[in-house]
Design a protein around this ligand. Structure first.
Ligand code: ACM
Ligand code: ZN
Length: 490
């Protein structure tokens, strides 16, 4: 099976390495914890206690390789993996995973090959909204497995919204006892949240898969669930409900009250403790200025801080949060609205409304991550035949044809584009099966545009690959095909 994503260089040999187990030899100077390497191999080869035909696997340390780069050489009696970190080693094993199969006698057959490989981008992301609809940690882990198989490395976890707050904060228990629940139109309660222990479990699980988890705590907008419990941090004081309709709401955090920032700083400090990632996403999108315009506290803030309008007040708000994040050792990421009224110095812009936000950011010397609505929004329908809800179509070809580096950037500016990310918003995704239908097969072209250099891309050969990789995932228990058939045969 041709690999997804296509590696930088691959030379196939003649014949196979046959084995039913492994024996690991690690060169002495290998820097990372080698128990990880054994765990990775055990996961790949399964139970090999009774192995009588173990292949020798040599893990060779080479500090000259980049952190995610690897070299892999499969010979008849041995496999050599060269890397500078366990990440490189891990990606070599993902390449093996897609290449090997078990024959009728139960032996693994691994084609002889030599691979030199490294990713094109450092940010290869997937965003999941667990607020509009909630997903269990087992389901999240399963998506992380899938990301890892296709060498994606950043999981952006959208944890707070108008429609639900999904992360336990010890200091503010109402955020989960009340803000995590909404009343649906039929009168039932809908919701859920993750305890801090569950969050830690997911972060550790992702870490083993070389995936960094970036939390998103939305501010100053999309905060109605929090304000339903703590209305004193709004402009008008409430009362508010956690809502069950989609869109943007006028009630947001008040920028004029100092208490708002104490509240947010407390939350941010707790969240920072749970996520080792150096990045922290603060949202920043969908913040109407109506309440701020009428609020005496907000107007007073604008006067004392010398701010010309509410856009500058938004920028000031984000800069306050940036300070807190810097104290916590984190780098701020925000949706492209954080450009309005002036961008915080250290902020990374996630360009979603188009590519312009990303271009504007890198022209100011800031970094950017590309998630344009046109090509990277996986909540759009994947097939033209799918008319279930009235949403635009985004085919796998649209994803494959997307080039993350905007045309016309200088080489210096292009270097500030960290990569790209697909966003899955879940307003119209109710079930796990439907979620997987949105992700598979579009995750394949996503992986390829982020790892593979443009000269190694070829859409025609990719076309026949999709089916094979979809079948492979069905065998591994990813449940999307039934849903897909239903839609397409309707
Ligand atoms: C967004 O889609 N509002 C980031
Ligand atoms: Zn206010």
């Amino acid at each position: 099976m041709r690999l997804i994503p296509n590696p930088k260089q691959l030379k196939m040999g003649q014949g196979y390495c046959s084995c039913n187990g492994f024996e690991l030899f690690v060169t002495k100077n290998f820097k990372d914890d080698t128990t990880n390497l054994v765990d990775y191999l055990s996961e790949l080869f399964g139970d090999t206690k009774d192995s009588d035909n173990a292949v020798k696997i040599v893990a060779e340390y080479n500090p000259d390789l980049d952190i995610e780069e690897y070299k892999l050489s499969v010979e008849e009696k041995s496999i050599t993996i060269t890397s500078s970190t366990s990440a490189g080693f891990f990606y070599a094993l993902q390449t093996l995973r897609q290449s090997m199969y078990k024959d009728e006698s139960g032996e693994f057959q691994i084609p002889l090959m030599v691979v030199n490989d490294a990713p094109r981008f450092e940010w290869r992301g997937l965003h999941i909204d667990v607020c509009r609809h909630f997903f269990s940690i087992d389901f999240i882990k399963k998506q992380l497995d899938l990301m890892a198989m296709y060498k994606l490395n950043k999981f952006h976890w959208h944890l707070t919204e108008d429609q639900g707050w999904r992360i336990e904060i010890k200091k503010y228990p109402l955020l989960t006892s009340k803000s995590a629940w909404r009343t649906e139109k039929d009168g039932t309660q809908y919701g859920g949240f993750y305890t801090q222990e569950e969050i830690k479990e997911v972060v550790a699980y992702a870490g083993k898969l070389q995936i960094e988890v970036i939390p998103e705590i939305e501010l100053p907008g999309h905060a109605l669930a929090a304000l339903a419990s703590y209305p004193q941090y709004s402009c008008i004081g409430g009362p508010f409900e956690v809502i069950d309709v989609w869109g943007v709401t006028e009630d947001v955090y008040c920028a004029g009250k100092d208490d708002t920032f104490d509240f947010l700083n407390d939350i941010i400090s707790e969240v920072c403790e749970l996520f080792p990632s150096k990045y922290f996403h603060i949202g920043g999108d969908g913040c109407p200025k109506t309440r701020w315009h009428e609020c005496p506290d907000c107007q007073n803030r604008m006067k004392t801080e010398g701010l010309a309008d509410e856009k500058e007040l938004q920028s000031w708000f984000i800069r306050q949060i940036e300070k807190t994040l810097i104290v916590n050792g984190k780098t701020l990421i925000g949706w492209d609205e954080i450009l309005e009224g002036g961008l915080a110095d250290s902020a990374i812009v996630m360009s979603w409304q188009g590519i312009e936000g990303g271009i504007q950011a890198v022209k100011q010397g800031n970094k950017a991550i590309m998630t344009p609505w046109a090509n990277m929004y996986f909540d759009k329908r994947p097939y033209p035949e799918d008319t279930k809800v009235d949403l635009p179509i985004l085919t796998w070809e649209d994803v494959y044809n997307y080039e993350p580096i905007p045309a016309g950037l200088s080489a210096e500016e292009a270097k500030l584009i960290m990569g790209a990310q697909a966003n899955i918003w879940t307003e119209h995704i109710y079930t796990e099966e439907e979620f997987q239908y949105m992700l598979i097969p579009r995750i394949f072209p996503l992986a390829e545009i982020l790892w593979t250099t443009p000269e190694n891309k070829d859409i025609e050969s990719f076309r026949w690959l999709l089916k094979r990789h979809m079948e492979y995932l069905i065998r591994r228990g990813y449940n999307f095909a039934h849903y897909r058939e239903e839609i397409l045969n309707k």
